[in-house]
Design a protein around this ligand. Structure first.
Ligand code: ADP
Length: 491
């Protein structure tokens, strides 16, 4: 099959979170299976150019119809760790992708509506006719809309779209001007509850809703989150649409790329290890302590790695730091804040804890350090308010770092409580799970983990090994996506 991914991220060249990992990991898996895969991305000024090989111009003067006129783009092409990527660069005073950031601009809806249009125009002009176009999140929600309403009439009637939702919170809300800009026009037609009109705001259009309505198959990134999205408030207003489209909606658990996330080969960690030579993990713990100036003492290290965002349960993260220190353990945090308020808060905490040699808070995004933390810590805490899939707990498992998680979304599908899980036999349990959002619930899970570490090291080691045995690679999700592509291709 010929598959084109259209996305706003692809790790490690463009990565704000799990979306980047998934676009890269899934593409790689599909390539290994013999499918032809290409990835279309915006050419951001701030992406990691050092991860692109052979970047060269692939198409000059791509005229993308926009706002009654056109914006000229060039398209560059290069390989990101073996994956063929096309980077679209518009030349206009809007400077859509020269902002020093991936997201967070007031005109994000226009930036990504333009990107979606440009990606389709590029396929159309270059006569690329993939069997499957795979789009991701709100940023590319308009791709299936424009494919069906515009490009289908220009010879692109055989392309099928799979649309993956990684986060329901951000849906891409816009006004009627986006219809004029993209050439969709026909306000009355699109301001319809069963097309693009937002369910919460009748004057707004919703990109993600368009993606759901117009795609041939829609999924979110874990089976439990697919259920939550339909039946609880984490669907963020899209429950009605998902209900109407339930025949083509499901949940597929993300995978982890074990070429990137694997302590046996990880180039960012000083000592490689596997479940057969776990002793080497202790050397990484020592290296982590040296790197972060932590005390070398007989204490477990609990870590948190993630965006510091309301989604991630920041109040619980904050509490976990102090609770862990009180429980005679060490804490390492690596977090990038998405809001200035949260950033200031954690920067203050960092100052406050500066002299504490049992604790290190690193504010910012640091891919290399993340690898060392996964390898050096004993436990990883994921106290999310909601979590569509969650990668950090799966990476933690692979690195023998025991997850302590809140039982929501994909965390429910991947972590099984050592003491209480009803569905797994004791030898298949791999971590700790709590459910409520109050401090006590999390504290009791942390207590159980720390107690096991101090009082029953052999049992703790057993738990670590049980976690490392899990296979959360792309093998299984790869099968599922190929099954879906095949299904929609033959419809
Ligand atoms: P989300 O997509 O909601 O951000 P996921 O758990 O799905 O969360 O994916 C998070 C990914 O981003 C993981 O690969 C994690 O290691 C990485 N990550 C998150 N925050 C940071 C950070 N501050 N520095 C380095 N890597 C980070």
């Amino acid at each position: 099959m010929y598959i084109v991914q259209i996305a706003s991220e692809c790790a490690p060249v463009i990565k704000a979170g799990g979306l980047g990992d998934v676009v890269y990991g899934l593409s790689r898996e599909l390539g290994i299976r013999g499918h032809g895969v290409e990835i279309i991305l915006p050419k951001y000024d701030c992406m990691r150019y050092d991860h692109i090989w052979g970047l060269h111009n692939a198409y000059r003067d791509l005229e993308v119809p926009w706002d009654g006129g056109a914006i000229t783009c060039s398209v560059d092409c290069g390989w990101v760790h073996g994956q063929l990527c096309f980077f679209i660069e518009p030349h206009s005073s809007d400077n859509f992708f020269n902002r020093g950031c991936y997201y967070g601009c007031l005109d994000d809806h226009l930036r990504f509506a333009f990107f979606s249009k440009a990606a389709l125009e590029f396929l159309y002009r270059t006569n690329k006719r993939p069997d499957i176009i795979h789009c991701h999140d709100w940023q590319t929600g308009l791709v299936p809309v424009m494919l069906y309403e515009i490009y289908k009439h220009h010879g692109m009637e055989n392309q099928r779209v799979c649309y993956t939702i990684h986060n329901f919170k951000h849906q891409g809300i816009a006004g009627a001007n986006v219809l004029t800009a993209t050439g969709l026009y026909r306000e009355e037609y699109y301001y319809d509850r069963d097309r693009l009109r937002d369910d919460g705001n009748e004057t707004a259009l919703n990109f993600m809703k368009g993606g759901i309505v117009y795609s041939n198959f829609v999924n979110t990134v874990s089976p439990h989150h697919a259920w939550e999205a339909r039946f609880t408030d984490v669907g963020c207003g899209l429950g009605y649409t998902l209900h109407k489209q339930q025949h083509k909606f499901g949940g597929i658990l993300n995978g982890i790329d074990y070429n990137v996330w694997n302590p046996e080969v990880d180039p960012y960690i000083p000592y490689h290890y596997s479940k057969d030579d776990l002793e080497e993990k202790a050397k990484n713990k020592k290296a982590l302590r040296e790197r972060l100036w932590l005390n070398h003492v007989n204490k477990p290290i609990i870590c948190f790695i993630g965006r510091l965002d309301d989604q991630k349960g920041v109040h619980l993260v904050h509490h976990a730091i102090y609770y862990t220190l009180n429980r005679v353990a060490q804490f390492v945090l690596l977090g990038s804040a998405t809001e200035p308020g949260i950033n200031t808060h954690f920067s203050h905490e960092k100052q406050h804890l500066n002299d504490n040699a049992d604790c290190h808070l690193e504010i910012g995004f640091n891919e290399e350090l993340a690898h060392l933390i996964y390898a050096g810590a004993d436990m990883i805490i994921v106290p999310s308010n909601y979590e569509p899939c969650g990668l950090t707990q799966m990476i933690g498992l692979k690195y023998g770092t025991v997850p302590i998680v809140r039982g929501v979304g994909g965390l429910v599908n991947t972590v099984f409580d050592r003491d209480y899980d009803q569905n797994k036999p004791p030898e298949e349990r791999n971590g700790y799970v709590f459910y409520q959002t109050d401090y006590q619930a999390m504290e009791s899970a942390i207590d159980r983990a720390i107690d096991l570490w101090y009082k029953s090291p052999k049992e703790f080691r057993k738990l670590v090994l049980q976690g490392m045995k899990y296979d959360y690679s792309w093998k299984h999700p790869g099968d599922q996506y190929v099954g879906i592509y095949d299904h929609i291709r033959h419809k």
